[in-house]
Design a protein around this ligand. Structure first.
Ligand code: NAD
Length: 488
């Protein structure tokens, strides 16, 4: 079977749980030579897999989804221990993988082309879709299973072989997911070896995938800094990149908002997953008439959150991923103070062991200054106020990133305007729902520095396939398009 986890001596990755800083595992890294060999094996697997009819390919994904159902709880616990999200969210993440398997299985019977009206008699004009080849995927620590499934399950039913380079912070989740996939392959019985391979290591393996022409399509989920590097390398060899990068998501709270509903939506989006979702709410743009009331309510809500071990069912907020994340958060709060902000919360909360637990921070800002325009991957909610609705839209759009956005309003004109071409410039624009917690049925991704990629639902399968236009002449003549004459 093709899932070669490194066992030989060599450079090691030591993973620590964000829960208490205790060591979880020591793993050998894959070398660059291992990575190159994996790409060559994947190309061989692809040549066999593309000949398996798509609905049969879907059966492999269906079997995997069934296996995940029976392994949901242990996998969720690994996710929780390794990336620190609370159990209910970790279970939700595994559920998302199951949902994607269902989605991809259905899709395997619905991959379709077009028959297009042709200008020539006795001709047929078609558009058909074919797999790309090897699908490479680089993923971030914060959704260590679901993001992989968004891409790989769809890429598989489309007929591609896949190579996964998970975050070096969450290799155990990746190993658990791929070992379970190996079981699905064994049950399925008709898949080529090396159909899905996982490479354990750091950015150097991501760079290898980005630069190697043997990987025609590469999905990269992570920071904008990473995406900027990957995008250039993939473009340099005319590969296709699907970039899912950082967000700086805002919610507008309009005068007509249902404040109780807004409060619940804001608290989950800002504090959930300890602010470590790409769609976490980072900016609140509140009508000036509501600002003081809402800020008071938010302080009270943030103050009442239970912060502690993600394995404790009572916890609302688990730890930050590591000390670096804590340092970055404190630096951002320092910058916010220097730029005129008033900070509430954000302090470290004591917990057994070396985990970095924080009280989510609420920061009232006089303006959308430089620090507000940056993504800090931690629970900091900047609060800005507005008077005119156009001002709120301008603030919402006035950042480099364009992932998720929301408005809380009962005014239909505001809601429609927000979702119109003149409203939010993000890939996700919600009404009366927070910025995080997207369903898989819709295309997921964002614009500007978020990278422009789309994964998961809708027609994103087209990202994992190549399009061919086919003209068939079933007449006895050879008419040329556009009436061109070329008699010989
Ligand atoms: P990160 O950019 O540090 O790392 C992500 C992955 O990229 C890792 O696997 C890492 O090894 C690899 N990598 C890093 N530099 C690379 C390079 N130069 N070339 C190739 N690979 C490289 O991100 P992180 O800290 O793991 O995750 C947090 C970030 O991910 C946040 O910015 C968050 O918004 C973003 N994110 C985005 C989405 C989305 O769908 N838009 C989803 C989840 C996370």
């Amino acid at each position: 079977m093709g899932i070669a986890f490194p066992v030989a001596a060599g450079e090691t990755i030591v993973t620590a749980s964000p829960i208490d800083g205790d060591e979880l595992a020591r793993l050998s890294r894959h070398s660059l030579a291992d990575g190159r060999a994996a790409i060559a094996r994947a190309q061989t697997a692809f040549r066999a897999w593309r000949e398996v009819p798509a609905p049969q390919r879907g059966q492999l994904v269906r079997i995997y989804g069934d296996l995940l159902r029976t392994h949901k709880e242990p996998l969720a616990r690994i996710v929780s221990m390794e990336c620190g999200k609370i159990l209910t969210e970790a279970r939700g993440e595994v559920q998302e993988v199951i949902d994607i398997c269902e989605f991809a299985t259905g899709l395997s019977r619905q991959l379709h082309g077009l028959v297009i009206a042709t200008e020539r008699p006795g001709h047929k004009l078609l558009e058909s879709w074919h797999p790309m080849g090897v699908f490479g995927q680089i993923t971030a620590f914060n959704f260590p299973a679901a993001v992989w499934a968004w891409g790989t399950m769809v890429a598989l039913v489309c007929g591609n072989a896949a190579i996964w380079k998970p975050s070096e912070k969450t290799p155990l989740t990746a190993m658990a997911c791929t070992l379970l996939f190996e079981k699905a392959v064994a049950q399925f019985g008709a898949a080529p070896d090396n159909l899905v391979q996982t490479l354990i290591g750091g950015a150097e393996l991501g760079v290898l995938l980005a630069e190697n022409p043997g990987v025609p399509v590469l999905s990269a989920t992570g920071s904008t800094r990473m995406g900027r590097d990957v995008a250039v390398r993939v473009a340099g060899r005319f590969g296709r990149a699907i970039l899912e990068l950082g967000g700086n998501n805002a919610a507008i709270v309009a005068p007509s908002a249902d404040l109780d509903l807004a409060l619940r939506g804001i608290v989950f989006a800002a504090a959930g997953t300890a602010g470590q979702r790409c769609t976490s709410l980072r900016r609140l743009i509140v009508h000036e008439s509501l600002k003081d009331t809402l800020v008071t309510q938010l302080k009270s809500a943030f103050g009442s959150l239970t912060i502690g071990s993600p394995l404790d069912e009572a916890s609302h907020v688990g730890p930050l991923i590591d000390q670096l994340a804590f340092t970055a958060m404190q630096a951002a709060l320092g910058a916010a103070r220097a730029q005129g902000g008033t900070v509430w919360g954000g302090e470290r909360v004591e917990a057994p062991g070396e985990g970095f637990y924080v009280r989510p921070a609420l920061v009232e800002m006089p303006a959308q200054s430089d620090i507000v325009r940056e993504e800090t991957f931690a629970p900091i909610l900047y609060v800005l106020s507005y008077r005119e609705f156009e001002e709120a839209i301008a603030l919402q759009n006035g950042v480099p990133q364009g992932l998720s956005s929301a408005i809380f309003t009962r005014d239909v004109r505001e809601a429609e305007l927000f979702q119109s071409a003149c409203g939010s410039d993000c890939g996700i624009a919600n009404v009366n729902i927070g910025t995080s917690g997207a369903e898989i049925g819709g295309a997921f991704g964002g614009e500007k520095a978020t990278g422009g990629g789309r994964a998961a639902g809708s027609d994103t399968w087209k990202n994992y396939m190549r399009r061919a236009t086919n003209t068939i002449n079933y007449s006895n003549d050879l008419p040329l398009a556009q009436g061109v004459k070329f008699d010989i």
